[in-house]
Ligand binder design. Structure first.
Ligand SMILES: [Zn+2]
Length: 291
């Protein structure tokens, strides 16, 4: 879609297509160096903590049903909303925030952001953050790029201009493709690990039908659901050598030749903000993608 077409679609208030969720490319986790924030696929945690995320909503039919299911189990989730739908359903966003869920930015109408002009990408992000702030009083701190599509240059631009960190996922339910509760359950259960981020979409009735069993099974295994911000706040940077082994990066030739984190032994940067925000780079905080 050209920038002009995207802009026209956005003006028309066109919602993303039902099939718009297929990742067009694997979420690339660019190195943290040179970026303001890490890009998260999962987090290194000590306990059985996970984040469940729902993209592409809110939907006035399916999202309220999902929120009841979450509330009945004490589960806090993260919703990456599209601006067209957020601006049409501000009350749903208020309910999400009041229930303790987190709300992130998923663009205005779901384009592949690297394929539109920078000005259009800015508009997609700004309008969506504005809609979230108008509904809830708080602007988001995370962006999940539609399709996981992102370039290094655009990521750097978005981090610096909007203060948004990229959040991807480690467990893909493929619920947009498999409109089947059993298949969704099997996909999530096979991929969920401590510190993981589960990807689902609250716009599909089949997803909402699958969620109770997924939540019950994971809670029975001892998992505790937290928001993306809460999960990232638990992040424990791995020792450098462990991080290298986990990421498959080559080992340093000799002990001590590895580059030291710039401020590893320095003073803490600043006091922690009250609300968990993306942690500043550069720390070896994410494992590499599982895809
Ligand atoms: Zn999406």
């Amino acid at each position: 879609m050209t920038a002009a077409a995207a802009a026209a679609a956005a003006v028309a208030g066109q919602a993303p297509e039902e099939s718009a969720s297929a990742p067009m490319q694997a979420p690339a986790i660019a190195p943290t160096r040179g970026f303001r924030f890490p890009a998260y696929t999962s987090v290194n945690v000590d306990g059985p903590y996970i984040a469940i995320t729902f993209d592409d909503g809110p939907n006035p039919e399916t999202t309220p049903k999902l929120m009841k299911i979450l509330a009945a189990r004490g589960v806090k989730a993260t919703f990456f909303v599209v601006g067209t739908r957020a601006s049409e359903n501000p009350e749903l966003l208020r309910q999400m925030a009041a229930a303790g869920h987190e709300i992130g930015n998923h663009s205005w109408n779901h384009p592949q952001l690297p394929k539109v002009s920078e000005a259009e990408a800015d508009r997609q992000i700004q309008m969506t953050s504005d809609a979230i702030r108008a509904a809830t009083g708080s602007a988001p701190v995370y962006l999940r790029p539609p399709y996981g599509a992102m370039s290094q240059g655009l990521r750097r631009h978005i981090e610096n201009k909007f203060g948004l960190a990229m959040v991807y996922w480690s467990a893909d339910s493929l619920d947009w493709k498999n409109r089947d509760a059993q298949a969704i359950y099997d996909k999530v259960m096979a991929q969920t690990r401590p510190g993981g981020i589960i990807l689902m979409h609250d716009i599909h009735a089949t997803t909402v039908a699958a969620v109770p069993r997924v939540l019950d099974a994971l809670q029975a295994k001892g998992y505790h659901f937290v928001t993306v911000s809460q999960l990232i706040a638990m992040n424990k940077p791995m020792p450098e050598r462990v991080a290298q082994l986990a990421s498959g990066a080559p080992k340093p030739k000799k002990p001590g030749t590895a580059a030291k984190p710039a401020s590893a032994t320095g003073k803490p940067a600043t006091a922690k903000p009250a609300v968990a925000r993306p942690k500043p780079a550069p720390q070896p905080v994410t494992r590499t993608s599982l895809y």
